[in-house]
Write a protein that binds this ligand. Structure first.
Ligand SMILES: Cc1cc2nc3c(=O)[nH]c(=O)nc-3n(C[C@H](O)[C@H](O)[C@H](O)COP(=O)(O)O)c2cc1C
Ligand code: SF4
Length: 418
């Protein structure tokens, strides 16, 4: 696949690692683990066609670094040495096809419905209620913060021992690291809150602890928001997030993937249409919401879908305007995620210097052979951004749940096996 003249099929260097292509499979939570967080054959079944299709780098869905940081049922964890052999099997299955794989490490913080995820309680930088789920977390003590930092490092070291080619710290989408960075969710008055440097401290400590365990040559990258997208609330905007990225580049981070939004933002993170998504949520976390939230959701989801459809219309490369600003300030690679499906748009983004690589989630869920299809200029099943898959996170194994697209996908995969 390397004779193509497009920049998309040239190498991207992340730290000391060379990735032979610039279209990456971004993290999509799998809902394919055992109930206690072990990787399974279902993970391999999901990723293997992508590897066979030539994708050079897969970033896993987020793995919890400690049990209290879990966000959904059937999520993979990296919180225990006993999990290493199953993770190793997953990694080796990808390496057998020349695909490299990074593990995304995460702590959900307040963005969880504890009874749904099966954890005792939610914690965060401060006790600020999450308006999307109604979860009010408990503020972490300094001793607990230090423990979580260590757990990020331990989990990353396990990922390295399992053979992962790198790790990605999830610092976006409103999870715990993002909760420390953002004034809206961080009201602390100690060393971890207030000034920019204090709000950065948790992320910086997590990075330093990971780096101390995995060594200087191991790729450690970060997923950051280009905007928290929290109108009327003190969420982070692009200039301060770029400042975070610059500080982390100085620390030694190897690349930044730029995304957008938190749970409370609505759906800027996965633009498209939302009827299928919201309806599918009724069978998942919604069942665990408080009574009045359940009633409101059941009554008003069609209206919410109409509003979200207007507010968060799909457009290709929807985070590029953020990525461009990161690119201007950084020397390390900038990866842009968000709505990419067509080769021309991806190529233009890289050629125009808006980013160094693109990453794709739903496009690969609908068409695991997307990389080959883009390379060969042939077409496969095309994601229609209905977000049915998003509505089933934690309830069904990650897959395409649009009937027509799924039929095409299944037929393509069946033909591959014959
Ligand atoms: C089913 C699903 C699960 C996701 N899980 C994660 C996750 O675990 N970690 C993460 O950083 N982003 C997650 N995302 C967000 C994607 O990584 C990506 O930012 C978003 O889907 C936009 O990219 P796309 O338009 O190419 O799908 C998920 C998205 C989907 C659709
Ligand atoms: S078409 Fe499939 S992959 Fe795309 S958003 Fe809908 S369910 Fe998800």
């Amino acid at each position: 696949m390397s004779l193509d003249e497009s920049v998309l099929f040239t190498s991207l260097v992340i730290g000391k690692l060379s990735i032979p292509g610039r279209i990456i499979k971004t993290a999509t939570s799998e809902t394919r683990a055992t109930s206690d967080g072990f990787a399974t054959q279902q993970h391999i079944d999901f990723y293997l066609p992508m590897a066979k299709g030539g994708v050079p780098l897969i970033i896993t869905g987020n793995l919890y670094t400690s049990f209290d940081g879990k966000s959904t049922p059937l999520q993979m964890g990296a919180d225990d040495d006993a999990k290493i052999p199953a993770l190793k099997h997953l990694v080796e299955s990808m390496h057998a096809h020349g695909t490299q794989i990074f593990a995304q490490v995460n702590h959900a913080g307040r963005q969880v419905i504890p009874s749904y995820a099966g954890i005792p309680a939610a914690v965060s930088a401060s006790s600020v209620k999450d308006l999307s789920t109604g979860t009010r977390p408990r503020a972490l003590t300094v001793a607990e913060i230090k423990l979580i930092v260590q757990q990020f490092a331990d989990a990353s070291a396990r990922c390295k021992r399992a053979g992962f080619d790198g790790v990605q710290i999830h610092a976006g989408h409103g999870y715990l690291v993002n909760q420390f960075l953002t004034p809206y969710t961080n009201e602390r008055t100690d060393d971890y809150g207030g000034s920019f440097d204090n709000r950065l401290r948790f992320l910086r400590d997590v990075y330093r602890a990971i780096r101390a365990r995995v060594g200087n040559d191991y790729p450690v990258i970060i997923k950051l928001n280009g905007s928290d997208y929290l109108p009327l609330r003190p969420g982070l905007k692009t200039p301060e997030l770029v400042r975070v990225a610059v500080a982390m580049e100085q620390e030694g981070i190897d690349a930044v993937e730029v995304s957008v939004g938190q749970y409370e933002s609505g759906f800027p993170m996965v633009r498209g249409t939302f009827g299928r998504s919201l309806r599918n949520m009724l069978s998942g976390g919604v069942r665990h919401l408080s009574l009045w939230r359940r009633i409101a959701f059941n009554l008003f989801w069609p209206v919410m879908a109409l509003i979200f459809n207007l507010l968060f219309k799909h457009r290709e490369g929807f985070n590029l305007h953020y990525a461009r600003q990161f690119k201007q300030a950084l020397s390390i690679p900038v990866i842009c995620v968000g709505g990419f499906l067509n080769r021309e748009a991806m190529q233009a983004a890289v050629e125009q210097g808006l980013c160094d690589a693109v990453s794709v989630g739903r496009g690969f869920i609908a068409d695991p052979l997307l990389y080959r299809h883009l390379h060969d200029r042939t077409s496969g099943p095309r994601c229609v951004y209905c977000n049915a898959c998003v509505g089933l996170i934690g309830t069904q194994p990650v897959d395409c749940y649009h009937p027509k697209v799924r039929t095409e996908k299944d037929a393509m995969l069946a033909a591959m096996e014959n």
